[in-house]
Design a protein around this ligand. Structure first.
Ligand code: 3HC
Length: 320
């Protein structure tokens, strides 16, 4: 039974994964290289919690106003039924108690006693290997060591762990408080027990929209989602670079012609252009196919530091 979890890395994904875990009532230890970074991560978690609680609290009033706009006059009793039916399951009053499940640290030793630790540090092999070595020293023999890597070999990372049989990928999607998918990818060394426990653990979690959805995937570059989605983003950038359509129209094309919730260029900005380039390079190196070659424009934007939303500018300008 998993009760206490650790998260390594308090950046965009680390903080959002910690949010999902705390939202599920787990005690969560979050670590980064210093406490300023963990504090920023916890602020982000607070914003996610407040935003979702706020949405729920306004839902009944929104529904009453929507019905009113249709010309239907509701009685007080009917309004009360709507208020009761749409009463928040996660009100703002629970934000603080959820946050109280989270402990910040800059010490590896604070992961001792965790049933699972999920690392979401930079997608850099040397940093991940060091992370695996450092945390392994303090993990209990049975603790699961999961990685949120989207592109590195978990089999080669597992070599650095004290118990490679406990190592696995849990690949969450941005933003995990809304998107339920988690790709579960065992390393060559991973035991069946670790796979089953991880699958059961993720199946039992919920985010702000519903249950989390795990899928089992073999260890291949890009797994399932990135192998499909990142080449789509790269192709959209290629189309932009060839001057075939404006960025707005490319995004409109995929939203209104293919049912994407976001256009591929705004999605690239959200994911981070450096990450898109990194994954695309890995696909090209590993599958060795021309179709995976990163767009020249994507490389130029990354060289210029225009990495997307996280720096305020990518394809779109978010600074205003
Ligand atoms: N609870 C329930 N419903 C809610 C809600 C809540 N807390 N908040 C909003 N909603 C509902 C409401 O009906 C809302 O409409 P309303 O505002 O009129 O009431 C409706 O959802 C729409 O809300 P939003 O406009 O805020 O949009 P969503 O929150 O639903 O979706 C998004 C935002 C999740 C970012 C969506 O656009 C999306 O899925 N985009 C694609 C993201 C994606 O592909 N991510 C994967 C990237 S790849 C990756 O991460 C892997 C890495 O390795 C690269």
């Amino acid at each position: 039974m998993i009760k206490k979890a650790g998260v390594i890395g308090a950046g965009n994904m680390g903080a959002a994964i910690a949010e999902v875990l705390a939202f599920n009532g787990l005690d969560v230890v979050i670590k980064d290289i210093n406490l300023d970074l963990t504090a920023k991560g916890v602020e982000r978690i607070r914003r996610i919690l407040e935003q979702n609680a706020g949405y729920q609290e306004k839902r009944a009033e929104k529904e009453i106003s929507r019905i009113g706009k249709l010309g239907v006059e509701l009685t007080e009793d009917q309004k009360n039924v709507i208020k009761k039916t749409l009463a928040p399951t996660f009100p703002t009053s629970e934000v603080e108690s959820t946050l109280s499940h989270i402990t910040q640290t800059d010490k590896w030793s604070d992961f001792s006693g965790c049933d699972i630790v999920i690392e979401a540090v930079f997608e850099d092999e040397a940093i991940k290997k060091e992370t695996f070595k450092s945390v392994s020293e303090f993990l209990d023999d049975e603790a699961i060591l999961a990685s949120n890597t989207s592109s590195l070999s978990i089999t080669s990372l597992a070599v650095n762990a004290k118990h490679p049989e406990n190592v696995i990928v849990t690949h969450f999607f941005n933003p995990p408080y809304t998107l339920p998918l988690v790709e579960i990818v065992p390393a060559l060394q991973t035991s069946d027990k670790t796979v089953e426990e991880t699958y059961a653990f993720i199946s039992g979690l919920k985010n702000h929209r519903g249950s989390m959805v795990p899928i089992r995937v073999k260890e291949v570059p890009g797994f399932v989602v990135n192998r499909i989605l990142v080449p789509v983003m790269n192709e959209a950038i290629q189309i932009l670079d060839e001057g075939i359509a404006s960025k707005e129209d490319i995004d409109k094309a995929m939203k209104f012609g293919a049912g994407f919730p976001m256009g591929p260029l705004e999605l690239s900005d959200m994911v981070g252009l450096d990450i898109v380039l990194n994954v695309q390079n890995i696909l090209m190196n590993d599958y060795g196919d021309q179709k995976y070659r990163p767009s020249v424009l994507l490389k130029k934007l990354v060289d210029a530091g225009r990495l997307g939303k996280k720096v305020g500018i990518g394809f779109y300008d978010y600074r205003k």
